[in-house]
Write a protein that binds this ligand. Structure first.
Ligand code: ADP
Length: 639
């Protein structure tokens, strides 16, 4: 569509080849089969089935236990596999003993041969178990992380707008990336390994007790109390430390995302060095947090290790005295000391894993807090679906403050008949946009009601409400994609014809003709490659295509030049026709098009009526009109 008609369009490679008289202008035959091969091996990603509800979701506090319980079966399989792997590896020494005693010493070749074969088999099986386990736990871990990402993302989608005002986007991004990643390692390897090392420790302890109960007791007395104290200390200190690390990473990402979003202002005001300093202070704090946990680790790791060495010295001392007294044989003492080494290997691994676990726990705490947030504009459990609306809107005694101590609207009453267009005017900060946000239920009033066709907005399901409303916000937001994607944002099923009609209606045709691929031309993130006026036109076309019964336009015409303004005014006429609409009017020219006008000042409706009524009543609106006329006269004279 439109491609090839644009003004900047050069010939495509196909056309160029054809013009140059080259034999083929398509993908060569031999490459085509390779493309087919590649495509055959591509994993298929069918359209995901989205289970999203504003009302029902898993409200249990997020924790490793609740999260992992449904996968207990999978984790058990992983555990059995590790046990098989470790067990098979450890039959080696046993087989060697049999081989030597019954094979070599007894001169029985068959035994030797069988033992060697068994050894080979054990190694083979252990490798296979290891391969399978790594794949299995890897997949299980990835699947868990995938579920968690979906859960966190849908929780974001469920939140009300105040959540996104209060939380920095960088912090939310940290929850989604770094925090979840901190859990990945734990889920893939950590938990299973933790259990296995613990089991190994129990088995070796039992073996030590079996070898010599007294020495085992000496050894446990030396190790357990100090280790328990050290671990309790580390648990407290490291959780504080890792929570701080999580916060500092969030700060780093928040600052990064803000400075990327504001790069144009930073450049314009030549504040790059200032931004550098600000970022450096934030990464300094991040560094401090990491150094703190590093210090804690430095005490915990080597601390437990030195306890191990000390224990060996104690055992040597106590055991040596016992040997001197003939209570143990020299061989027993040697064996015991050797076994102590295998006792401390899992202890060391457990120490490392515990550190990993603590990092994961800090992430769990952060995610638990996030997932426990209830949206401030909730959907009632008995919410009804709003039937197709006629468009009668009422605000009854509406009082509202973003912060309850600081009211922005006070006792506002407004009524719009179906199909009526109401303009809201007033000074900046008076509360005009806030009225629009209450009608679209971005927020709920603190007192009073907002109703559509007699239904309180709080009683209807969010989907049924939003699908019948159209909003053109003050700063239109465009997504990375084509113009078509952006226009058809509210109606994915729209045909090309409908998209073109919407673009024509709002005067976007000129832009599309200029673009190389017409409506399939990509526009960059946030529409950075379009002018402010063009972005506004795209937002209008989006609302036009959605064909809502109720339309809310927030100062949608303020970014336009005089020419586009006239285009837009015409577009508005067709857009507003037959719809109930609220125009948050910045300019009086827009306000005059409305059936009625409400003047808002300091959170109250101070006047309302038609343009003529308000002008003749000589109030605030009449004053505004007068000032405006004077200005346009001056402007006219100056020209
Ligand atoms: P306008 O009449 O210019 O559209 P608004 O309705 O946007 O005014 O804002 C009314 C008041 O509410 C202003 O004082 C503004 O600072 C405040 N305000 C607007 N949005 C928020 C918000 N998300 N959180 C807190 N205060 C807000």
């Amino acid at each position: 569509m439109g491609g090839g008609h644009g003004f900047f369009t050069g010939p495509s490679s196909v056309q160029a080849n054809a013009q140059a008289g080259l034999p083929f202008a398509e993908v060569p035959e031999e490459l085509r089969s390779r493309i087919a091969d590649v495509l055959r091996n591509e994993p298929e990603h069918p359209q995901p089935v989205v289970q999203f509800s504003h009302r029902d979701w898993d409200r249990r506090p997020f924790g490793l236990r609740t999260f992992l319980t449904p996968h207990a079966g999978g984790l058990l399989v992983a555990l059995l596999l590790v046990l098989a792997e470790v067990g098979l590896l450890h039959v080696g020494p046993l087989l060697t003993q049999i081989g030597i005693d019954r094979g070599v010493l007894a001169g029985d070749r068959r035994v030797l041969f069988t033992v060697a074969l068994a050894y080979l088999g054990a190694v083979g099986l252990s490798t296979a178990a290891s391969w399978f386990r790594t794949r299995f736990t890897g997949r299980l871990g990835e699947r868990l992380v995938y579920q968690l990402r979906v859960r966190v993302f849908s929780h974001f989608q469920r939140q009300s707008l105040d959540f996104f005002t209060l939380e920095k986007s960088g912090v939310l991004m940290t929850r989604m990336t770094s925090d979840i990643e901190a859990l990945t390692v734990l889920m893939q390897e950590g938990l299973v390994n933790f259990f296995v090392q613990g089991m190994t420790l129990v088995v070796i302890t039992a073996y030590l007790v079996f070898l010599d109960p007294t020495l085992a007791l000496v050894c446990l007395l030396a190790v357990v109390p100090v280790n328990v104290i050290l671990t309790m200390w580390f648990r407290r200190v490291s959780l504080i430390g890792y929570l701080r690390v999580r916060d500092r990473i969030a700060d780093v990402l928040a600052n990064l995302s803000e400075s990327l979003a504001g790069i144009r202002v930073i450049t314009a005001f030549n504040r790059r060095d200032h931004e550098m300093a600000r970022h450096q202070r934030i990464i300094d704090a991040h560094l401090d947090a990491n150094l703190y946990t590093g210090r804690a680790q430095a005490l915990f790791g080597p601390g437990t290790e030195s306890i191990g060495i000390l224990t060996q010295a104690i055992v040597l001392l106590v055991g040596g005295r016992m040997a001197l007294r003939g209570e143990v044989s020299l061989g027993e003492l040697t064996a015991f000391l050797l076994f102590l080494t295998s006792f401390f290997a899992p202890v060391q691994t457990l120490v490392q894993l515990y550190n990993q676990y603590q990092q994961g726990s800090a992430a769990v705490v952060k995610l638990r807090d996030l997932l426990a947030r209830e949206p401030s504009v909730p959907e009632r459990s008995d919410a009804i679906d709003l039937p197709p609306i006629r468009g009668a809107i009422r605000l009854e005694g509406v009082t509202f403050g973003y912060d309850p101590d600081h009211l922005v609207l006070r006792d506002v009453d407004l009524e719009l008949a179906p199909g009526e267009v109401l303009a809201v005017v007033g000074p900046t900060g008076a509360g005009k946009s806030t009225i629009a946000k209450l009608i679209t239920r971005f927020y709920d009033p603190t007192f009073g009601h907002v109703t559509i066709d007699g239904h309180d907005l709080r009683d209807v399901s969010i989907d049924s409400l939003r699908s019948q409303l159209g909003v053109v916000p003050q700063e239109p937001f465009l997504f990375n994609g084509t113009i078509r994607d952006n226009v058809a944002f509210a109606r994915r099923d729209a045909t090309d014809g409908e998209v073109i009609e919407a673009c024509r209606a709002v005067g976007l045709q000129g832009l599309m003709d200029r673009m190389p691929d017409g409506m399939d031309t990509p526009i960059h993130e946030r529409g950075a490659s379009l002018s402010a006026g063009e972005r506004q036109l795209v937002a209008l076309a989006r609302a036009f295509l959605a064909r809502p019964r109720v339309l809310v336009l927030d100062e949608a015409t303020s970014n336009l030049d005089l020419l586009s303004e006239s285009v837009i005014e015409q577009a508005l006429d067709s857009l507003l026709e037959g719809r109930t609409a609220i125009l948050i009017a910045h300019r009086l020219a827009t306000a005059m098009r409305a059936d009625r006008i409400a003047v808002v000042d300091d959170g109250r409706i101070v006047e309302h009526g038609t343009h003529d009524e308000l002008v003749s009543s000589g109030g605030q609106y009449a004053e505004m009109v007068e000032t405006w006329m004077e200005h346009s006269d001056h402007a006219g004279n100056a020209r």
